[in-house]
Design a protein around this ligand. Sequence first.
Ligand code: HEC
Length: 101
Amino acid sequence: MIAFRQTYLIEKGEMSMRKCLVMFIMICLTTLFCFNSSHGGWEKCKVCHNGRTAPDEKSLKTKYQTADELIKGAKGSLNPIMKNYKGDEELKEAANDLGLK
Ligand code: HEC
């Protein structure tokens, strides 16, 4: 009976360890997800807007002086590669990161 209780307790302990681990992983993933989505901003655009694939920071800032202009420009781009990057929020964040008002 004592032995049974001991294994029971050990099993319970392992369960909560596993739960902790799962919680920990969940927190990591959530943090990572939040980090990626809310701190994307210009970082997300930089992949292509490097001066080779698409105009870089400097040339975009020369062409567009305000956030509104940049957003309009991005939305108006006919290039199919830009198609997935026309969300209001992400464009606003990117414009903000570029220092446009
Ligand atoms: C997957 C690659 C890619 C990503 C990511 C991307 N773009 Fe673009 N973007 C392009 C390409 C390609 C063009 C077309 C360039 C051209 O016409 O010379 C373009 C065009 C533009 C233009 C118009 C440029 C012009 O000359 O008028 C703007 C503004 C723009 N992007 C803003 C953004 C912003 C802001 C983001 C981030 C939210 C972003 N792009 C993310 C590839 C990308």
